[in-house]
Design a protein. Structure first.
Ligand SMILES: [Mn+2]
Length: 328
């Protein structure tokens, strides 16, 4: 297959996106990567052309090849009156986009032996296939690499350079080899340290609402802090592994100063992947007219004029979120 007309890989800025880019880079010899999220493609903020190979993202208007596994993105393609089978590339509802690419090229290209393992690990993490907190916290290579990406995504600069570096490591060696790299290793260490500090911060402020006797939604109210608390939301589930969702409430900080504006961010526990449910966190944020999101996670903001109003609005909003949670 001649792939010489393509010169850039546009991919999702998560581990599946990085592994997808590593596979394509290996086959097409492309080392020009662009990392982005699905919303940026949908909004048309990421400009693409017919010389791009697009992975693990919605199908843009202009592209050279498109590889993906998200059913919602296939729906969008059909709504545009396109036949997915006619498109250059491949869509299949596999556990990861890396799997789609691996299967697509396997007959024509000899991947090195470590690639099968890399793709299997990517399947597991991208489908969030964990049933217990112990499984989730097990320090497997894919888990540590995902943590390193998370921490790099919070850096002021160097995130894209970090991802490009990771893609080349994953193209040339196993996930274990990538973890031996100094840059990746220090990002993993940074994640561990931030998780440890986050646990200390979350612990005293994690509670359950009086209208939630089943202790389904762990509420972490960090509004008493006068400096911006650096918290990783998922640490709430380490402290309360039975909780089905976590709701984080913080003040908005501007220029390092605390304001009376409230930020709400909520996510489902991975335990919810394993069960049938109709909970939709994004819908809660939309119905309360404070923000947006998808079923698994959402966020919103409410402006308040005074501290008194902020305290009142906070209590009301938490109570409403709990009430809506039970309605779904
Ligand atoms: Mn994916």
């Amino acid at each position: 297959m001649d792939l010489s007309q393509y010169n850039r890989i546009v991919t999702h800025d998560d581990l599946d996106g990085a592994v997808s880019a590593a596979l394509v880079s290996r086959i097409a010899g492309i080392e020009n990567f662009y990392f982005t999220g699905p919303v940026s493609i949908q909004d048309g903020r990421t400009a693409t052309t017919e010389s791009d190979i697009v992975c693990d993202l919605p199908c843009p208007v202009r592209f050279g090849m498109w590889f993906d596994h998200h059913p919602g993105n296939l729906e969008d393609v059909r709504l545009r009156d396109l036949d997915p089978d006619d498109l250059s590339g491949k869509f299949s509802t596999e556990a990861s986009c890396a799997r789609v690419i691996f299967d697509y090229f396997r007959g024509q290209y000899d991947f090195p032996p470590f690639m099968a393992e890399t793709v299997a690990r990517t399947d597991r993490i991208d489908s969030f296939n964990y049933r217990t907190m112990e499984e989730w916290r097990e320090p497997l290579p894919e888990r540590l690499l995902a943590d390193s990406i998370f921490v790099a995504s919070t850096w002021q600069r160097g995130y894209h350079r970090f991802l490009s570096h990771l893609v080349l490591l994953l193209r040339n060696g196993s996930m274990e080899d990538a973890l031996d790299d100094h840059q990746i290793g220090s990002a993993v260490a940074e994640y561990r340290e931030r998780e440890r500090r986050s646990l200390v911060l979350v612990e005293p402020d994690a509670t359950f609402h009086q209208d939630d006797p089943g202790r389904e939604v762990v509420v972490v109210d960090l509004t008493r802090h006068n400096r911006r608390p650096d918290v990783i939301r998922n640490t709430a589930f380490i402290l309360h592994p039975e909780a089905l969702a976590a709701l984080l409430v913080t003040n908005q900080f501007r220029g390092g100063r605390k304001t009376n504006d409230l930020n709400f961010s909520m996510s489902l526990s991975f335990l919810m992947n394993a069960r049938e449910h109709s909970k939709d966190v994004g819908e809660i944020m939309r119905r309360l007219n404070m923000g947006d999101g998808h079923p698994g996670a959402g966020a919103g903001r409410i402006s308040c004029r005074s501290k008194e109003e902020m305290m009142r609005v906070k209590d009301q909003t938490i109570a409403e979120i709990i009430r809506m949670w039970k309605e779904f």
